[in-house]
Write a new protein. Sequence first.
Length: 51
Amino acid sequence: MNGYYNEQYILDYMVTIDLDCLNVGFLASALEEFLITQLKSNLKLINGTGN
């Protein structure tokens, strides 16, 4: 896959959390923002934080 500046990456891992199964689907966007903020300095992420 290509990054924002046309860098090439190989996708090693993909992780999902079934929030509906845990009955906390309403927390999805907050959890996404938290994980991106905490992990972005350690991993190359596909997604970024919103505005």
